[in-house]
Design a protein around this ligand. Structure first.
Ligand code: PXL
Length: 280
């Protein structure tokens, strides 16, 4: 079978296993070919480190996309994650519309968590992200990002599933076709995902045990697995279960190993689960 090919437009960070770092091996294990577009270089993620080295890459983004246009590069999906420069979102959306309008546009609107924007992000960026999400086939916001996109209060703590369903519908009203909300809590002790397919109006959920810690990069791991599942033709129900199962194994491993959580989670020992599933 011909491998599916995805462009990953996301940050490349030295420390912390966020964004491209887990996405590259996860995609490989899921048998998806990656075309890499680092949108910004950072020496670490931005969650609590000082003295972060940063190299912005807008020119590089433009030049890469120009080369790919000249090559008439064929792809099955474009994944847009952490950009930080509004202009990058514009050129990526333009590339998608003009070069491969029939490929899947998957957007993880990485820009905040715990009710706040990440450092370096602006309200103008949020607006631009809203318009990118309106064109997307799949969006993968956490609750903070969903609140920013819908201009509503951030849902905090344990909430009835109906509250997340209403939020997903609001996101669909912006134009996205499939919504996957991450980090939802509908019972004490568990955390999970809720999907909504606007075409069929179907919801699905899947949960994993909730630990009282902040784990960096878990949203990026979930986004990579779900994106791979979409390309491999999985249903949303099945994709959600796979993502939460992988996350549960990863978090258990991380807790057992007593890892310094600033440095990211121990996802590597469980990559073989993905290879076993996707390698025919
Ligand atoms: O996991 C989201 C993320 C991605 N990229 C960078 C980050 C974060 C979260 O802190 O700092 C650079």
């Amino acid at each position: 079978m011909v491998q599916k090919r995805i462009i990953l437009a996301n940050d490349l960070s030295g420390i912390g296993k966020v964004a491209l770092t887990p996405a590259i091996p996860i995609m490989a294990c899921c048998q998806i070919e990656t075309i890499l577009l680092p949108t910004i270089l950072l020496s670490s993620h931005t969650g609590g480190f000082a003295q972060i080295a940063i190299q912005e890459l807008l020119d590089f983004t433009n030049q890469s996309l120009e080369q790919w246009k000249a090559l008439n590069l064929k792809t099955d999906a474009l994944f847009i994650g952490y950009c930080r420069q509004m202009e990058q979102l514009k050129v990526l959306l333009d590339y998608h519309t003009t070069q491969s309008p029939n490929s899947l546009l998957i957007v993880d609107p990485i820009m905040g968590d715990h009710g706040k924007l990440y450092s370096g992000f602006t309200e103008e960026y949020v607006q631009q992200m809203r318009s990118v999400c309106s064109k997307a086939d799949v969006i993968l916001p956490n609750l903070t990002e969903a609140a920013l996109l819908t201009q509503t209060e951030c849902l905090e703590g344990v909430q009835p599933v109906a509250a997340y369903q209403a939020l997903a519908r609001k996101l669909a009203d912006l134009g996205a076709k499939k919504i996957i909300l991450t980090g939802i809590q509908s019972e004490v002790g568990s955390i999970g995902l809720l999907s909504y397919d606007a075409a069929t109006e179907q919801f699905a959920t899947a949960f994993t045990p909730h630990y009282p810690h902040h784990f960096f990069g878990t949203g990026d791991i979930v986004s990579a697995i779900l994106s791979a599942c979409m390309l491999q033709g999985y249903t949303l129900e099945k994709a959600l279960i796979l993502a939460t199962t992988f996350l549960e194994a990863t978090l258990q491993e991380t807790i057992t190993q007593e890892i310094d959580l600033q440095y990211g989670v121990a996802f590597e020992p469980h990559l073989h689960l993905l290879t076993q599933l996707f390698h025919s």
